[in-house]
Ligand binder design. Structure first.
Ligand code: NAD
Ligand code: UFG
Length: 352
């Protein structure tokens, strides 16, 4: 029998790519998204890529009545919770909006999941929970901290979710919670069809969409934030991961929770797992790879550091391999090629 996965925020960047991989893996998908940072066009294109239907409910995950209806109408096996606000800078200006959206959506979702007896959850966490790392590569057992309200919202949610299995033990719950906290490193790239990709509504905060918008002529030049870090060339080092690899990591997580991962026992309780490549590359290395592989110039200038940035951040991805049988398949060449393919064929994103 086909299992149905509830995907909150499924019209967004990572969510839309994950819907493709879930559908390709044979799951049915129900999406709830309030379209605050996405377009319904993304889901139409997901359907075109996969030749399958997505059940789309436009609405807010904080709306418990709506969630109740969704759980009553669909037999959900597991939920993936992408919905949330994600811009670090904006979170410093409007912390309450971030706590409201990120915390209350998770609370409402878990309350309605519990009421419906659905206790398999995959949560979108972030490498930001490692704060300013003292040792690299980052393993899941390192101390956690937050440097901004966005990161703090992820940290609080991780802690909140950790309380659920303890309550199951106390309550001798028949069906205990099984929660996978996926800590993403830096997602880039797009589906190879070039029909879905990252489409920031305002000026991009992140590096790759800024690069592609400069390359396509929407912006004059890229500012490279900081050239005096203690790194290979002085610019910041990150673990960029192709969004399709990241999406497949979610399918592996769901497979694990539903006992569909052969040779691996299903995770019980709460488990944090890094999704990264394990390789760090610098801003200038990424910019040069983009220009060379795509044969397109990316005018850029070196400017001051961006407040709050760390010098380097990359994953140890061994746990994902051990528990989820997952590792990345796509390299930096594929990341820059697919990012450019998406931007070139959709110069204005979904809004053209
Ligand atoms: P995105 O903004 O493209 O997708 C989030 C989606 O959630 C959007 O479609 C938005 O409309 C929707 N949404 C937001 N609040 C909602 C609500 N209350 N109810 C219903 N829908 C709502 O972002 P993304 O890059 O796809 O990120 C997905 C998740 O991954 C987020 O939780 C984000 O914090 C996390 N994450 C992202 C990155 C990254 O660099 N992109 C890194 C680490 C973690
Ligand atoms: N950068 C530039 N110019 C830009 C944008 C970024 O030089 O215009 C640099 C940054 O200084 C940093 C690197 O590119 O060295 C990556 O920056 P991003 O903003 O793309 O990504 P961050 O590592 O700062 O943060 C991202 C997400 C967070 C998430 C984190 C997980 O924005 O939400 O990855 O590692 F938590």
């Amino acid at each position: 029998m086909t299992s149905t996965i509830l995907v909150t925020g499924g019209a967004g960047y990572i969510g839309s790519h994950t819907c493709v991989e879930l559908l390709n893996a044979g799951y049915d998908v129900v999406v709830i998204d309030n379209l605050s940072n996405s377009s319904p066009e993304a889901l139409k294109r997901v359907e075109a890529i996969t030749n399958k239907n997505v059940s789309f409910i436009e609405g807010d995950v904080r709306n418990r009545k709506l969630l109740k209806k969704v759980f009553a109408e669909h037999s959900i096996a597991a939920a993936i919770h992408f919905a949330g606000l994600k811009a670090v800078g904006e979170s410093c200006q409007m912390p309450l909006a971030y706590y409201d959206n990120n915390l209350n959506s998770t609370l409402a979702l878990c309350q309605e999941m519990e009421a419906a007896g659905v206790k398999n959850l995959v949560f979108s966490s972030s490498a930001t929970v490692y704060g300013d790392p003292e040792t690299l590569p980052l393993t899941e057992d390192l101390p956690l901290s937050a440097t901004n309200p966005y990161g703090r919202s992820k940290l609080i949610i991780e802690e909140m979710l950790r309380d659920l299995p303890e309550a199951d033990t106390l309550n001798k719950a028949e069906k205990p919670w099984a929660v996978i906290l996926l800590r993403y490193f830096n997602p880039v790239g797009a589906h190879e069809s070039g029909t879905i990709g990252e489409d920031p509504k305002d000026t991009p905060n992140n590096l790759m969409p800024y690069i592609t918008q400069v390359a396509v002529g929407r912006r004059e030049k890229l500012s490279v934030f900081g050239s005096d870090y203690d790194t290979v060339d002085g610019t910041g080092v990150r673990d960029y991961i192709h969004v399709v690899d990241l999406a497949k990591g979610h399918v592996c997580a769901v497979n694990n929770l539903l006992g569909n991962l052969s040779g691996k026992s299903p995770i019980t309780g709460v488990e944090a797992i890094n999704l990264g490549t394990g390789n760090g590359i610098s801003v200038l290395e990424l910019v040069n790879a983009f220009s060379t592989i795509n044969d397109v110039p990316v005018p850029h200038e070196l400017v001051a550091r961006r407040p709050g940035d760390v010098a380097a951040c990359y994953a140890n991805a061994d746990k994902a391999s051990e528990l989820l049988d997952w590792s990345t398949e796509l390299d930096v060449d594929a990341m820059v090629k697919d990012s450019w393919h998406w931007q070139k064929t959709n110069p204005k994103g979904y809004g053209q």
